[in-house]
Design a protein around this ligand. Structure first.
Ligand code: HEC
Length: 254
């Protein structure tokens, strides 16, 4: 019996280890080594999600689709169908249609070197902190075809999608001493200003990322609640299963 119990515990421990290893915990952008900034994700903040949806439709959907997201799902965020029609839809879209775009992937690839990926689940594949950092790491670079470069993704094909809001930020390179060596530290400094100040821009980027997270898992708000109920149910069930086990073994032993 004890042996069986030990084995069951060992199996549970290794399952927990596998699950925690699967949880992403990267603090650096994969390609560039730039430190990631924490995205202020809050799926309970409906106003932020509404602002994010508005920014997404206006500044991202020129190139990116969200083929697995329907406009009318945005009623989950507290928007009425009228508001969706008025603020988010272009002439041809119907509220029930998915967030598709007219640009052809092959054309986009020709213009920008790479086709813009679909955004429905981008926050799950690229992680929110990375996207937040990416949108705050653009700087003007005349040597690039489209005039922009990015510290978090050097030589990215996507030109700065929010430059009107942030302005023409410049690369700042400082020499710093580290362990007796001079090292170059790159950061983003202000340039020609845009429609927003730094605080407003951070909030706007936070809203877009919040919306991308929501879009990847629109059921998440409910699912965390369901998860708690399921765990509660399972723990009650465990008691009964254990009692049942005792009952079975009593007959076998005697
Ligand atoms: C002018 C077209 C265009 C617009 C507008 C645009 N993107 Fe992109 N985006 C691209 C292209 C092209 C790529 C692929 C770039 C590459 O991998 O070099 C891309 C890639 C991305 C990626 C993946 C980056 C990676 O590490 O692979 C994210 C995230 C992203 N875009 C977010 C956004 C968001 C958010 C907006 C709106 C605020 C937006 N994009 C607006 C063209 C665009």
């Amino acid at each position: 019996m004890a042996k069986f119990r030990n084995r069951a515990i060992a199996a549970l421990v290794s399952l927990a280890a596998v699950l925690s290893a699967a949880a992403p915990s990267s603090a650096l952008a994969a390609s560039s080594g730039v430190a990631l900034q924490r995205a202020p994700v809050n799926l309970q903040d409906a106003v932020s999600l509404q602002r994010g949806a508005h920014l997404f439709v206006n500044y991202c959907m020129g190139c990116h689709s969200a083929n697995y997201m329907r406009f009318n799902r945005l009623t989950d965020l507290g928007l009425s169908e009228e508001q969706i029609k008025e603020y988010l839809l272009f002439a041809t879209d119907k509220v029930g249609s998915p967030m598709t775009i007219a640009m052809r992937a092959s054309d986009a690839k020709e213009w920008m070197g790479k086709a813009p990926p679909d955004m429905t689940v981008i926050a799950r594949s690229k992680r929110p902190d990375y996207i937040y950092t990416l949108l705050k790491s653009y700087y003007v670079d005349e040597s690039r075809a489209l005039g922009w470069n990015n510290l978090a993704y050097p030589n990215i094909g996507m030109p700065h999608p929010l430059w009107q809001l942030q302005g023409a930020t410049q690369l700042k390179v400082e020499e710093k001493q580290s362990h007796g060596h001079a090292v170059q530290v790159k950061s983003i400094g202000p340039g020609e200003s845009g429609l927003m100040n730094a605080v407003e821009y951070d909030r706007a980027v936070g809203d877009v990322v919040n919306y991308l997270v929501y879009m990847g898992e629109p059921w998440k708000v409910q699912s965390s609640r369901v998860g708690i109920i399921v765990m509660f149910f399972l723990s009650i069930l465990l008691v009964f299963v254990y009692l049942l086990k005792l009952e079975f073994w009593r007959d076998i032993k005697h």
